[in-house]
Design a protein. Structure first.
Length: 130
């Protein structure tokens, strides 16, 4: 192993290394085409969330803050084929109004803060903005 490779290995050995998959849902030809499928899409995403496959999901907005039909699912899949099947099973894809691409992503760094209050059994994601 070269000195550089050894340095990289040493520097990265404590990183998280969480293997996830990014499902990029592409902008439809017409944003209106998505609307009839929204409830089924949300129900599908919630089923993935309940099963533990969905790490995060949401729309991608324009620089002006508008939604145009693009979205992102971050999923815990066994491999690329599994991630592609998860994406293909989305009702919007099934209806032919959205297409997707899949990328492999390794999460090495970041922070997730959760505040849990025992007394009233409430919780909040610290730093979340609305």
């Amino acid at each position: 192993m070269t000195e550089t490779a050894t340095e990289i290995e040493r520097a990265t050995q404590t990183l998280l290394g969480l293997q996830l998959w990014l499902v990029h849902y592409h902008k439809p030809k017409r944003f209106e085409d998505l609307k009839p499928h929204l409830q089924d899409h949300f129900a599908y995403a919630q089923s993935l969330e309940r099963s533990g496959l969905l790490f995060a999901a949401g729309p991608i907005r324009t620089p002006e803050g508008e939604m145009e039909g693009r979205g992102l699912f971050v999923v815990r899949a066994r491999d690329r084929a599994h991630a592609e099947q998860i994406a293909a099973d989305d009702p919007m894809v099934q209806a032919g109004v959205r297409a997707f691409t899949v990328e492999h992503w390794t999460v090495n760094m970041g922070t997730l803060d959760v505040r849990l209050r025992y007394s009233d059994q409430s919780f909040a994601l610290a730093g979340a903005t609305q």
